[in-house]
Design a protein around this ligand. Structure first.
Ligand code: PHE
Length: 366
């Protein structure tokens, strides 16, 4: 019996003396573990007479519960003091200044697309998209460039393996196939039949086999298309003059419309903006030089017909502009290839704040 009371006082003593959770667990193992002191007592029961075993067994069980309860209480005390100690040692000083964080910036291509969209958005254009992997019909045939037409050679095309049904496929060489995709859209055709108009811009990626300081195999264009019953060449001119003056932020920027040829427009014009060179530096505005920035024209009746509309009723204009090129001109970026190098130092220098959306009232390129 004295054995029992010694074990009891030792066990309870060890529990209350445990200074932290690890020591408490060691005390638990020493008492209730496989080789623990109380566990040892239960092992002696087998050798006892039944009467004695019942009596002693009940006492051992009582002791076990008592020790378990003491462990539980001590554990509660120790964990709350551990938490309190942690709260004290890990105090956060909210008055300290924040650590400087790297801020992302917008790539000039994305910025210029947003600027272009802001300007044309004010003129009632909406943004349209099409696939980069385009079928030969949308990229060429619909646009009045039939198979074997020499104009197919003007665009150094990446051809892809044909689709399972034999459809020839290319990486689109321009954004013009989206003209066809949009005119063919049934909702658009219904809107036109109801007397409405179609005005879209198509900023996106385009591909040609070409690579030097002013050409990359992947580049960007923005297409424009207006179709209704009355839009004429005067609207084309006015629209592009307004756009270029707003985009380059030069109010009296001179534009030159040069007769040109595209299979999908008639008449066609290439558009140059005025500029001058001083000490090797380019200045956009009135001067003695010209820079070509886009192709344009009145949509060819064959294109309108190919897209399911009657050219006797509908007409309009289209244009296509190199986004990379106008970005280089506006922001003085000397090498086109640097756009696609993903050099963080370059991006920090030429990038734009992601939080300032270009607008005609707030300012475009800030
Ligand atoms: N798609 C032509 C090109 O890539 C540009 C263009 C578009 C010309 C629309 C006229 C009308 O060169």
């Amino acid at each position: 019996m004295s054995d029992l009371s010694t074990i009891r006082s030792e066990a309870l003593g060890a529990v209350s003396a445990a200074a932290d959770l690890a020591a408490l667990d060691a005390a638990r193992v020493a008492v209730l573990g496989k080789k623990g002191s109380v566990t040892g007592l239960t092992k002696t029961l087998g050798a006892m007479a039944p009467e004695q075993r019942r009596e002693f067994g009940a006492k051992v069980n009582e002791l076990k519960s008592e020790v378990e309860a003491a462990l539980e209480v001590r554990k509660g005390t120790l964990s709350s003091s551990a938490l309190a100690a942690k709260l004290v040692s890990e105090k956060v000083d909210v008055s300290l200044p924040t650590r400087p964080e790297g801020q992302g910036s917008l790539h000039p291509i994305g910025q210029v697309m947003d600027e272009v969209a802001a300007i044309f958005g004010e003129m009632g254009f909406t943004w349209a998209d099409g696939p980069d992997i385009e079928d030969d019909w949308h990229n060429f045939t619909a646009l009045n460039i039939p198979p074997d037409h020499p104009a197919r050679q003007m665009q150094d095309t990446f051809y892809l393996p044909s689709r399972a049904d034999g459809t020839p496929v290319v990486l689109r060489t321009h954004t013009s196939p989206v003209q066809a995709r949009t005119m063919l859209n049934k909702n658009v055709q219904k809107r036109l039949a109801d007397g409405g108009s179609l005005r879209i811009i198509v900023p996106g990626r385009t591909y040609r086999i070409d690579s030097d300081a002013t050409h990359t195999p992947m580049f960007h264009q923005v297409e424009g298309l207006v179709i209704d019953r009355a839009t004429h060449m005067g609207h084309l001119k006015g629209c592009l003059v307004d756009f270029c003056r707003a985009f380059f932020e030069v109010d009296d920027l001179p534009l030159r419309f040069r007769p040109s040829y595209f299979p999908f427009t008639e008449p066609s014009a290439e558009v140059d903006i005025g500029c001058s060179w001083k000490d090797g530096e380019l200045r956009i505005g009135a001067g003695d030089s010209w820079l070509e920035i886009l192709g344009s024209g009145m949509v060819h009746p064959n294109v309108i017909r190919n897209c399911g509309l009657d050219p006797a009723i509908y007409q309009g204009f289209a244009f296509g502009m190199g986004i990379d090129r106008i970005a280089m001109l506006k922001y003085g970026i000397p090498d086109l290839r640097s756009f696609f190098d993903s050099d963080l130092r370059w991006l920090r220098h030429y990038g734009f704040s992601a939080l300032e959306w270009p607008s005609l009232t707030g300012g475009l390129g800030r």
